[in-house]
Ligand binder design. Sequence first.
Ligand code: KIV
Length: 272
Amino acid sequence: MNAPESLPDAATLRAMKAQGRKLVMLTSYDASLTVHCENAGVDVLLVGDSLGMVIQGHDTTLPVTIEHMIYHCACVARARRRALLAVDMPYRSYETPEQAVANARRLLEEGGADMVKLEGGSAILPRLEALRDAGIRVCGHLGLLPQSVEELGGYKVQGRSSEDAERILADARALEAAGVEMIVLECIPAALGRRISESLAIPTIGIGAGPDCDGQVLVSYDLLGLTPGRRPRFSHDFLSEQPPGRGIADAIHAYVLAVREGRFPGPEHSFE
Ligand code: KIV
């Protein structure tokens, strides 16, 4: 694996936020796309369990296994040069603190990841604390939790009632206190995305969480217009906007610039 000599640590991530430097995250599942992400200056590569939908053709992320994640993470790790490499812990791979630590170690050692991402709030705190105590870097994920899509009754905007908004904010604070280094906020009203981002010292990474998060993430297959059927409101096909003769590398570069310059997401990608 190509482990870079210096990676942003937790203090650097917080300093980037304090300086107003937007973090750019993008999903990657293979070596070739990773090279384009690296060339375009993506800060964080995410091997998302969205691969269950965009690569494997499932309706949800639930059938994805730890073996699948290790395989794709290792593909990405072979091509990464300087970006931080985060990987999703798949459904039911972190049911207990012990299982979370054992599977996270596999993702780091066999997959070559730097950081694991887990979905959930206060309910998973003992697992997050076990990971922190084991020295494993963690990214949180709040708002719409695709691994809980059945309990949530579908892919719906979360945090619209004041009770839900307060719960998500309290979860974000609890995750930060448990040592989580950044938090993905998925599909929540833009005002809540701003409130959470202003309440934390660690960066928030939005996807359908408005323009005021400290960074943004997209599913690369959405960015490249590869995802069949109706795409979520928060996604954007950057490839279709490229002038003739331009391609995938230019589309990823356009995404990186649009996030850094605060031009993406716009109001049309956000929720009230
Ligand atoms: O699995 C994934 O790609 C994700 C992003 C949508 C944040 O979790």
